[in-house]
Write a protein that binds this ligand. Structure first.
Ligand SMILES: NC(=O)C1=CN([C@@H]2O[C@H](COP(=O)(O)OP(=O)(O)OC[C@H]3O[C@@H](n4cnc5c(N)ncnc54)[C@H](OP(=O)(O)O)[C@@H]3O)[C@@H](O)[C@H]2O)C=CC1
Ligand SMILES: O=C(O)C1=N[C@H](C(=O)O)C[C@H](O)C1
Length: 269
């Protein structure tokens, strides 16, 4: 038991935080050694089991990440870009594997995360599920096979609390389509059409975001040609798929050298 990697969950009270805690508790390969929340969050100072409405687990939620990370072999982090950048430096200091699910990361955040990855193992993906990562490989293959007469559109749908768009998954899919076609995504990305936009530019990769209700996460990659369409689709119905992938990444990273990895490395795709 003591030999199993100790895991710290950040953003413990969040939608993914709670799912990750349940996933670690249910695992016979890892143990929960800490939970971190933002200063001022009502869970800070409470036993996490009780905060989740169950029995005490002997793990008190803290707002001191350094203290928590010192006990951990891995930190699983689905929070916000600013928090994730701070955690990357602290996890590297503690030599803990840092698994990052947070989306909405801008180039300046990624630069800091990549700097931390010079000293520690970081596994980051906009989607940790097996299904989406397979869809990424399929998207690249299909885009490779088709020319720019086929318009590529990425359409995503999420719950009404999501704060970033396009989703991290949509960007992974768009990136895969761009790589398959041999173009730079930033040069062809078309997101947020509104008003008199003019006709579609040949070769663009379009993004559309739907937000509503409790949708967990749905992604279509549409290849629209003359007289036919191909649609590659992933539908997430339960957040446990992301949590299982994240725990798998935390265990995978235990014997790896410092570096920036993604779920393709973890899944061997
Ligand atoms: N890669 C993947 O597979 C997936 C990625 N995601 C991504 O994960 C992220 C979180 O999603 P979700 O769980 O739905 O969001 P939530 O808003 O439910 O959870 C985020 C949690 O992080 C906490 N938090 C914010 N700042 C800090 C901080 N400085 N220190 C510690 N905790 C902090 C929040 O606390 P408070 O409420 O007090 O602010 C909250 O509890 C998003 O970026 C989302 O896109 C989601 C699902 C899958
Ligand atoms: O915020 C979410 O909920 C999700 N975020 C990730 C994303 O941005 O793609 C993954 C998943 O779709 C759920």
């Amino acid at each position: 038991m003591g030999d199993m990697p100790g895991i710290v969950i950040t953003g413990a009270s969040g939608r993914m935080g709670q799912m990750l805690i349940r996933t670690v508790l249910a695992s016979d390969k890892a143990r929960l050694v800490g939970c971190v929340e933002r200063s001022g969050n009502p869970w800070v100072g409470r036993d996490v089991g009780e905060a989740m409405g169950g029995a005490a687990l002997g793990v008190v939620v803290t707002d001191d990440p350094l203290e928590a990370f010192a006990k951990a072999q891995a930190v699983i982090d689905f929070t916000t870009p600013a928090a994730t950048v701070a955690f990357a430096a602290l996890a590297a200091q503690a030599r803990a594997v840092h698994v990052i699910g947070t989306t909405g990361l801008e180039p300046e955040h990624l630069a800091k995360i990549n700097a931390a990855a010079r000293h520690a193992v970081i596994v980051r993906a906009g989607n940790m599920s097996l299904g989406v990562n397979l869809l990424v490989t399929l998207t690249k293959k299909v885009a490779q096979a088709l020319d720019a007469d086929w318009d590529i559109e990425v359409i995503e749908a999420h719950h009404n609390r999501k704060v970033d768009a396009p989703s991290g998954t949509a960007l992974m899919l768009g990136q895969a389509a761009a790589e398959g076609r041999g173009v730079d995504l930033d040069a062809v990305r078309d997101a947020g059409r509104d008003g008199i936009t003019g006709a579609r530019t040949r070769g663009d990769i379009g993004f559309s975001a739907i937000r509503g209700g409790d949708i967990v996460g749905e992604h279509d990659v549409l290849f629209a040609g003359e007289g036919e369409r191909i649609i590659l689709r992933h539908v997430a119905t339960d957040r446990s798929i992301f949590a299982r992938g994240a725990l798998r990444a935390a265990l995978w990273g235990q014997d790896k050298g410092p570096g920036a990895y993604d779920m393709m490395h973890v899944l061997g795709l």
